[in-house]
Design a protein around this ligand. Structure first.
Ligand code: NAD
Length: 369
């Protein structure tokens, strides 16, 4: 298997966690004899500093010439006073748009070993396994007009969707649900917003093509509560860009930390893989970031772009094993728990890689027999 992977590590903890994800992919390539070619390029604040743009043309060209893009995170406090279109985050939005992926897949599941890490009771989160399908190229993040008109002290953004944009992302959600527990929860605010009424009508119409899938609709405010009260009731959650951003971050609570959540963006010319978390300036440079979200993101790349299903599962299983053996990055240690030292980013990556290599070697020798 040959794959050209563009690595855009970005800012803050981005480079720290991406390094560990790349090590995982290198191991998979080495053991399985796959030809993964890695190229690096600048994005976000790092690119603004080096080249004056959050998405330099050569990064964009390298991304469009690749088979998959692996991103760390963008953003930094020094850029906070810039207007939105010149901030590091603008580079990420431009990249997402250029790659064309409109369905951002964000799994959130409860790792049994982390049951005590969640502020939710273990019996509430036990067995929770949710897949968010967040629309990524429409809604408030891209809708026009948008402005902050200082002279009138007013600002506005536009939440806009076309029927076709809803159809294509809903199709991804229904298809994925048909391979899971066959339930789609579509989240909107149809009691207030016309754009949500279009969303709801379109998703309802689509459901007729999937008679074996149970479709339910929830308002976003109620959904935010149900996710915390009864996370096991959810299978696939389909929602628009902003609601999906917020609800999937909220679901970090089920997993135990935002640092555990991976994502893949599919449906466009080139898939984009990025952990859900941001650049975490508060812990950047300390070597303490949790790399497991980035490593699980690498597993999504193995699944969706390399189609190496066994290897993707081996990565996920290695993450579970490391957690079962009791290793915890700082974000996974419970507040006030001073009995255990935190595992560093690099150590965590090495531990997962060690277990992964053992598993892959075992599989190799089984096949050789
Ligand atoms: P954040 O996700 O960076 O951090 C939120 C909290 O979670 C922080 O306390 C942080 O230390 C912690 N955290 C996040 N990831 C972690 C990890 N892997 N290990 C341990 N702890 C982790 O969100 P924020 O603080 O709201 O934003 C910081 C910057 O990141 C901002 O500039 C924001 O715009 C940007 N951001 C970027 C992305 C992206 O690149 N996709 C996403 C969200 C935020």
């Amino acid at each position: 298997m040959k794959l050209k992977i563009l690595v855009v590590a970005g800012d803050g903890i981005g480079p720290e966690v991406t390094r560990e994800a790349v090590n995982i992919l290198r191991s998979v390539a080495e053991v399985g004899g796959h030809d993964f070619q890695f190229t690096e390029a600048a994005i976000g604040g790092a690119a603004i500093r080096a080249e004056g743009s959050p998405l330099p043309q050569k990064t964009l060209e390298a991304a469009l010439a690749s088979d998959a893009v692996l991103l760390g995170a963008v953003g930094g406090n020094e850029f906070n006073s810039l207007p939105p279109d010149r901030r590091p985050e603008a580079g990420l939005l431009q990249l997402r748009k250029a790659l064309g992926g409109f369905a951002n897949l964000r799994p959130a599941f409860a790792f049994p070993a982390l049951a005590a890490n969640s502020p939710l009771r273990p019996e509430v989160i036990e067995g929770a396994d949710i897949l968010f399908v967040r629309e990524l190229l429409g809604g408030l993040y891209f809708g026009q007009p948008r402005a902050w008109q200082r002279e009138s002290n007013s600002a506005w953004n536009t939440m806009r969707y076309t029927r076709d944009e809803v159809v294509r992302v809903a199709r991804v959600a229904f298809e994925l649900a048909s391979k899971r527990r066959k339930k789609v929860t579509s989240v909107d605010k149809a009691n207030v917003l016309e754009v949500s009424q279009l969303w709801r009508a379109t998703v309802t119409e689509m459901a007729a093509q999937y008679p074996d899938i149970t479709l339910e609709h929830q308002y976003v405010d109620a959904c935010a509560m149900h996710l915390m009260n009864t996370p096991r009731n959810f299978d696939v959650v389909l929602t628009e860009n902003l609601f999906g951003d917020i609800l999937s971050d909220e679901s970090g609570v089920i997993t135990g930390s935002l640092g555990m959540l991976p994502s893949a963006t599919v449906g466009g010319a080139i898939n984009l893989y990025e952990p859900v978390h941001g650049s975490a300036p508060d812990i950047a440079g300390k070597g303490i970031a949790n790399p497991l979200g980035a490593i699980l993101t690498a597993a999504m790349l193995l699944h969706h772009s390399a189609h190496l299903e066994g290897e993707a599962q081996a990565v996920e299983s290695a993450v579970r094993t490391v957690l079962e053996r009791g290793y915890r990055s700082a974000d996974l240690l419970r507040a006030g728990d001073t009995r255990q030292a935190a595992t560093s980013t690099e150590e965590m990556g090495k531990l997962v890689n060690g277990i992964l290599n053992d598993t892959l070697d075992r599989h190799q020798s089984l096949h050789a027999v």
